[in-house]
Design a protein around this ligand. Structure first.
Ligand SMILES: Nc1ncnc2c1ncn2[C@@H]1O[C@H](COP(=O)(O)OP(=O)(O)OP(=O)(O)O)[C@@H](O)[C@H]1O
Ligand SMILES: [Mg+2]
Length: 258
């Protein structure tokens, strides 16, 4: 229905989070619409990971609301496990089970949590492994894979749960520069297929070229948020300008010497 298509996947209002006396998130408001790719950028310690972790209740907000598909996650009756089945998360450190092969990593949650049959779960897993270019590694041990391959398995594994939303927290930061591209390309394909995504990243080209909306965080607030072309070419906030200056100088330098 057209009406439900307009409902945000996630809506946040007045979100606050402190650790001790340190207020890490100060009154955050934003929403992610179906199919939208939102990138979250900002300096180290600005609260990006904490914000992402509040979206699937890995952190409990101190105040404010997080609605997931219209359901208020602050409500007492929310089943956190069911919620996490609908929200896939990919971290910097892969978090795969090293004692299992690639395929078993992908089928574990669908079989144990969703009660899928082994055959059904394996067929689904093979589809996702195919899509990330790793079908031939299905029976390989996770420990034999490169960092880029592990991260692609982590993405395939998350997709096996058929999530409504995918969260990525610096998925390429632990990778050698030459393999960052293979993971970003998988993420770009996912975006092209219409997956709703929130991505914390330092990959400014990805933020600029793939996202629909960029959120710039500074010391616990959203200092600026907007359409990537505008934000990258004409940042309004002095802190955004400062943060992006190195990237902008690099890209302008590159085009000047091209
Ligand atoms: N569990 C915790 N206990 C105490 N302080 C925390 C905790 N998690 C985060 N913080 C603090 O909250 C602030 C924001 O952290 P957060 O990890 O959200 O930043 P970030 O923007 O993701 O940074 P980075 O780019 O380095 O990953 C930091 O000062 C951090 O030290
Ligand atoms: Mg972080």
């Amino acid at each position: 229905m057209a009406e439900s298509a307009q409902e945000p996947v996630i809506r946040i209002e007045g979100l606050r989070k402190s650790f001790g006396s340190h207020e890490v998130l100060k009154n955050i408001d934003f929403e992610i619409m179906p199919g939208e790719v939102v990138t979250i950028i900002g300096a180290s310690g600005s609260g990006k990971s904490t914000l992402l972790r509040c979206l699937n209740l890995l952190e409990t907000p101190d105040a404010g609301h997080v609605w997931f598909r219209g359901e208020d996650l602050a409500a007492q009756h929310v089943n956190v496990n069911r919620l996490r089945e609908k929200i896939g998360m990919v971290f910097q450190g892969f978090n795969l089970f090293n004692n299992m092969n690639v395929l078993d990593n992908c089928t574990l949650a669908p079989v144990t949590l969703k009660k899928a049959s082994k055959a059904e779960a394996e067929a689904e897993a093979m589809r996702h492994l195919e899509a990330v270019g790793l079908a031939e590694f299905a029976k390989a041990s996770v420990t034999s894979l490169s960092g880029g391959q592990k991260q692609r398995v982590a993405i395939a594994r998350a997709l096996c749960m058929k999530p409504d939303l995918m969260l990525f927290d610096e998925p390429t930061s632990a990778l050698d520069p030459e393999i960052v591209g293979e993971v970003l390309s998988v993420m770009r394909n996912l975006a092209d297929e219409g997956m709703t995504m929130a991505v914390v990243t330092h990959e400014m080209d990805f933020a600029k070229n793939v996202s629909d909306k960029v959120v710039f965080m500074d010391q616990g607030v959203i200092a600026e948020m907007g359409e990537p072309n505008r934000l990258f070419t004409n940042p309004e906030h002095p802190r955004t300008r400062e943060f992006l200056s190195r990237y902008l100088e690099d890209t302008q330098g590159a085009s000047a010497t091209a």
